[in-house]
Design a protein around this ligand. Structure first.
Ligand SMILES: *Cc1c(COP(=O)(O)O)cnc(C)c1O
Length: 407
């Protein structure tokens, strides 16, 4: 007989994982047992302010009442049909998501990586069927320091050696150019180019925000050269930056939009390729699919997410509180913070190595009751739920100030 989980301590549970769980993560030593809103609680009942929000999968906080209600209602009626049949939830989800993003058609998938893979397949098919690229010659231009997921094809065009080493052979057909460099992008595009695939703000790279005009330039360039612009907004989208999409800051509409993370409301994995009709209609029955993609539970939760975003409330909060975040971080520059990049409720903060590594700062913040995650070496990413209050945010910034002490 196994003891109920609640009788095991955090330390026991961490030890228990070690022999049975693949070591592909190095989590901070906290074992979360329940959560609500911006707060999580560990096995011993200690409370922590969540300043990571599941890498932006929890934009609406933990267990947002409207999302939980939508999920419960759907759990009690219908959860899965497969796409062999229609279900009564999918049309509304697609209609409202298309409406929210200003695009025409939706291809529902589950994880972010699947949305990226699907976007790549759609772009290649478009290149052969519409643009007239010779068979198997299509190329896709991507940016250095990108993060688009973990499949073999996606790591094929990663520039992060840790993500690649040992996983070859790699998928051909990708060209890598420096991010935020329109001249390099233009030089890489030729008659074989199906698409340019970019994050409008590079999340994993440390919240790297391109210069004003870059996204407008990418839009203009891809239109002029006759290739697609695919914006991966899996992390930057759905309210995080103070607008529905990060491309909205430059009023740019890509041909293909990739969404995930927050689209599932922190409840179920929901992702989507959203695109113009003339692009997404290159797919014919049997050419692409997913057993779980577009399932009624995902569609019900996804629709409830879109409903929350339709109010504009979360975008507004991210924008307003983004000022508090920016001001607070500005105060810390020179006091352990070397510099930072922020937009809305999203920041990449470079820690002065004299004050500790990103990991050490994360561990010290954990002891102060604040959860964050380091990205590269000495950069930490702040991405709280968009439901955070000004006081909570100020509290988190105070904790950061407190742990920024020289050893
Ligand atoms: C997280 C992320 C992905 C991958 O999403 P998964 O759901 O983990 O597969 C892809 N692109 C971007 C920009 C991401 O942040």
């Amino acid at each position: 007989m196994t003891a109920p989980v609640t009788t095991r301590t955090s330390a026991d549970l961490i030890r228990a994982e070690e022999p049975v769980l693949a070591h592909n993560y190095h989590p901070l030593p906290v074992v979360v047992a329940r959560a609500e809103g911006t707060w999580v609680e560990d096995v011993e009942g200690r409370r922590y302010l969540d300043m990571l929000a599941g890498y932006s999968a929890l934009n609406f906080g933990h267990r947002h009442p409207a999302l939980i209600e939508a999920a419960h209602r759907q759990l009690n009626r219908l959860t899965l049909t497969s796409r062999a049949f229609h279900n009564d939830k999918l049309a509304e989800f697609a209609e409202r998501l298309a409406e929210l993003t200003g695009l025409d058609m939706v291809l529902p998938m589950n994880t972010g990586a699947e949305a990226v893979e699907s976007g790549i397949k759609v772009a290649r098919k478009w290149a052969y069927d519409v643009k007239g690229v010779p068979a198997d010659q299509a190329t896709i231009v991507v940016a250095a320091e990108n993060f688009h997921g973990r499949t073999t094809t996606i790591v094929s065009f990663s520039t992060d050696e840790t993500a690649r080493a040992g996983f070859g052979p790699f998928t051909p057909g990708f060209r890598i150019v420096p991010y935020n460099d329109l001249a390099a992008l233009e030089a890489a595009i030729d008659e074989t180019t199906a698409a340019v695939l970019l994050e409008p703000i590079q999340g994993e790279a440390g919240v790297m925000i391109p210069d004003d005009g870059y996204l407008t330039g990418v839009r203009e360039l891809t239109r002029r050269k006759g290739c697609l612009f695919i914006a991966d907004e899996i992390q930057s989208g759905l309210g995080r930056t103070g607008r529905t999409l990060a491309v909205d800051h430059e009023s740019v509409v890509p041909d293909v939009l990739l969404l995930g993370k927050a689209l599932g409301g922190g409840i179920v994995p929901v992702s989507a390729v959203v695109a113009r009709r003339d692009v997404l209609s290159v797919l014919r029955p049997g050419e692409h699919g997913s057993t779980f993609g577009g399932n009624p539970l995902a569609a019900a939760v996804g629709t409830a997410v879109v409903e929350l975003l339709e109010t504009g409330e979360f975008q507004h909060r991210a924008s307003e509180l983004g000022v508090v975040l920016r001001d607070g971080l500005t105060e810390l520059v020179g006091k352990g913070v070397l510099g930072f990049r922020a937009r809305g409720l999203w920041a990449g903060v470079d820690i002065d190595p004299a004050f500790g590594t990103g990991r050490e700062i994360g561990e010290r913040l954990l002891r102060e009751g604040v959860l964050v995650k380091d990205t590269h070496g000495s950069t930490i990413r702040l991405a709280p739920p968009l439901t955070i209050t000004a006081d909570e945010l100020t509290g988190a910034l105070g904790a950061l100030e407190k742990v920024l002490t020289r050893d």
